[in-house]
Design a protein around this ligand. Structure first.
Ligand code: TPP
Ligand code: MG
Length: 327
């Protein structure tokens, strides 16, 4: 067998693939179940964007904090939040990450450094400044990462946070997940600059743009900026250019897409297919070694759904619990 040309061991590569495959199965199953009317509330799917979550989070430990978006399932899974508790939460059931009272857009698990998905665009960036300031005082080399979409990158909170992070030299990282759309508005219509690296430079931050459908490109760029932040080198911005496989929200008719766009995305810009092609072509992992991971990820998701469907709803008495946090 040829040597391993990747910056990760075979075990780490298999772990990254498992993370991405679990996210994909989770999201594709939600797509089906939401269509059947089984899930309450709103759901925004991360399918197609997995390489960004996996390529960044593989560098992090539980002490590193992230603030997610309305499209947060992939971030949660990659950060180690329990898939069963996530499914219970999305189904609005007792035992969910927030005891069934938050739903898809409020999944949080502080024990994993996951500060929360967020229904308010741009709201995670100031939270990450706070988490990064705390990390700076703790002096353990921890970092905090905020995710925003291309649309949310226009929010004042995000831009103010870039400035604050630079002024305070925080171990903060701002990831722009550029999937080309904010709801139905194309990025090129809604964002004045072509390059987020230029936008970051305007605030005194270094920035990198990568192909967010290429796990290895994300891994390398994220590694560089996370290392710099851990060593006291300050904040950075990372733009991941990516594609979303589904509509903005489940139920979106996607009439704003070009002809053949979705077929092209799935055929030619699928991060999982790319990853599998890269590792098999290099002779590091065989298709036969990936297949059991596919089956296991599917089984994990099917089990989570079965348990979520069978679980009880919160009761009226639960309305008054979890309202305040004890510090
Ligand atoms: C402050 C605020 N304004 C508007 C909305 C409504 N809204 C929800 S998602 C969305 C588009 C977000 O696009 P983007 O940031 O590119 O993320 P994507 O959905 O593409 O992942 C909008 C306008 C909101 N949730 N919060
Ligand atoms: Mg977007």
């Amino acid at each position: 067998m040829a040597g391993n040309p990747f910056p990760l061991s075979k075990a780490e590569l298999l772990k990254a693939y498992r993370t991405m495959r679990t996210i994909r199965e989770f999201e594709e199953r939600l797509h089906v179940d939401f269509g059947r009317g089984d899930i309450p509330g709103f759901v925004h799917l991360y399918a197609g964007e997995e390489a960004a979550a996996a390529g960044i989070m593989i560098h992090l430990g539980d002490g590193d904090r992230i603030a997610s978006t309305h499209r947060g399932h992939g971030h949660c899974i990659a950060k180690g939040v329990d898939v069963g508790e996530m499914m219970l939460e999305i189904y609005g059931k007792k035992g969910g990450s927030c005891n069934g009272k938050g739903g898809s857009m409020h999944i949080a698990d502080l024990s994993k450094g996951m500060m929360g998905a967020n229904g308010i665009l741009g709201a995670g960036a100031p939270l990450v400044c706070g988490a990064a300031l705390a990390a700076k005082y703790r002096k353990k080399g921890e970092v905090a990462i905020s995710f925003v979409g291309d649309g949310a990158s226009n929010q004042g909170t995000f831009l103010e946070s870039l400035n604050l992070a630079a002024v305070w030299n925080l171990p903060a990282i701002f990831v722009v997940e550029n999937n080309g759309y904010a709801e139905s508005t194309s990025r090129d219509y809604g964002v004045a600059v072509d390059s987020y690296v230029d936008r970051a430079a305007g605030f005194g931050l270094p920035g990198i743009t990568v192909d967010g459908t290429d796990f290895f490109a994300v891994y390398e760029a994220a590694g560089e900026i996370i290392r710099r932040a851990r060593e006291g080198g300050g904040p950075s911005l990372l733009e991941c250019k990516m594609v979303r496989f589904h509509g903005h929200f489940e139920g979106d008719a996607q009439t704003y897409r070009g002809p053949g766009e979705l077929d092209d995305i799935r055929a030619n810009h699928d991060c999982l297919k790319k990853f599998a092609a890269q590792v098999t072509a290099a002779g590091v992992i065989s298709a036969d070694e990936l297949a059991p991971i596919d089956r296991e990820a599917l089984a994990v998701v099917e089990d989570a759904v079965a348990r979520a469907k069978a679980a009880p709803l919160p009761t009226v008495a639960d309305l008054t619990t979890d309202v305040y946090v004890s510090y």
